[in-house]
Design a protein around this ligand. Structure first.
Ligand SMILES: [Zn+2]
Ligand SMILES: [Zn+2]
Length: 268
């Protein structure tokens, strides 16, 4: 069964998809279940765009949609929450227990935007990668209200470097990744396999890379969701069948969906 657990709708200012079109497309391409995961980024360090959601309106809209599609398509109330060390209390309050599924993502590091490249100034490439992972580690140590970490090696997408090595090529990065995985696994949380890794840039891998997925499995990681990170309906479910095969080849046996932030396992 196919589950797209990372979809942006009209509640995200950078998405072109309406909820109606998302549901129609999900049925058309045979998705068994979707999670709508719109952006909520507190203190996002890019003044050109604001990722803010009126929570009550969002939840009410998704509940109406669940009613409308009852028996035809399972729709989960999700969120892609931008995490940063200094906003953890605000994130905790916002998320509460209102959502089925929360992706904890990192778009801003040390109060600097990754997308504009500002964060990378003053760091070598590996220093920047390590600093990014240190913030991820701090947040997974100190924040509880999420289900999976989103696009874990997204840092490789930014900084305009001519070569983009895998994070597992650096010993310090591997140590940080292992610490992150130990915490996630201990707390019953997981990571997502984000297939925008294939359609953005020259990706042969999803995000995170297969090397990181291998490391997660070695550490005992089992909780894994699949998400297209679609900002347009044509991206929904992108390369999911190939991704299932990749995960099976790596040795994974289950994919996860969530209900009220509790994982449910499905054989791949
Ligand atoms: Zn994201
Ligand atoms: Zn996203």
């Amino acid at each position: 069964m196919l589950f797209d657990y990372h979809i942006h709708s009209e509640f995200s200012p950078d998405s072109r998809s309406t909820l109606k079109d998302i549901c129609t497309q999900a049925q058309k391409i045979g998705l068994a279940e979707i999670a709508i995961t719109d952006h909520y980024d507190i203190d996002y360090q890019n003044s050109r765009i604001v990722f803010n959601i009126d929570r009550e309106k969002y939840l009410a809209t998704l509940e109406d949609l669940q009613q409308e599609y009852a028996g035809r398509l399972r729709i989960k109330k999700g969120l892609e929450l931008g995490l940063q060390p200094h906003i953890i209390d605000q994130c905790t309050e916002y998320v509460g227990d209102f959502f089925d599924f929360v992706i904890g993502s990192f778009h801003t590091i040390q109060k600097k935007d990754l997308y504009t490249g500002e964060f990378f100034r003053g760091y070598s490439q590996w220093e920047a990668y390590r600093e990014y992972l240190k913030d991820v580690l701090y947040c997974v140590q100190n924040f509880r209200h999420f289900s999976v970490v989103g696009h874990l090696d997204v840092i490789r997408r930014y900084g305009n470097f001519p070569e983009v090595p895998d994070l597992t090529e650096d010993r310090d990065c591997v140590d940080l990744l292992e610490e992150i995985f130990n915490i996630l696994i201990g707390q019953g949380k997981g990571i997502e396999v984000n297939t925008s890794g294939y359609y953005i840039g020259n990706g042969d891998d999803p995000m995170p890379s297969r090397s990181i997925l291998r490391l997660y499995l070695e550490k005992g990681g089992e909780i894994l969701t699949t998400g297209s990170d679609s900002h347009g309906i044509e991206q929904m479910g992108y390369k999911f069948r190939e991704t299932h095969q990749l995960l099976r080849d790596l040795g994974y046996r289950y994919l996860t969906t969530f209900e009220k932030n509790e994982p449910i396992f499905h054989k791949i």
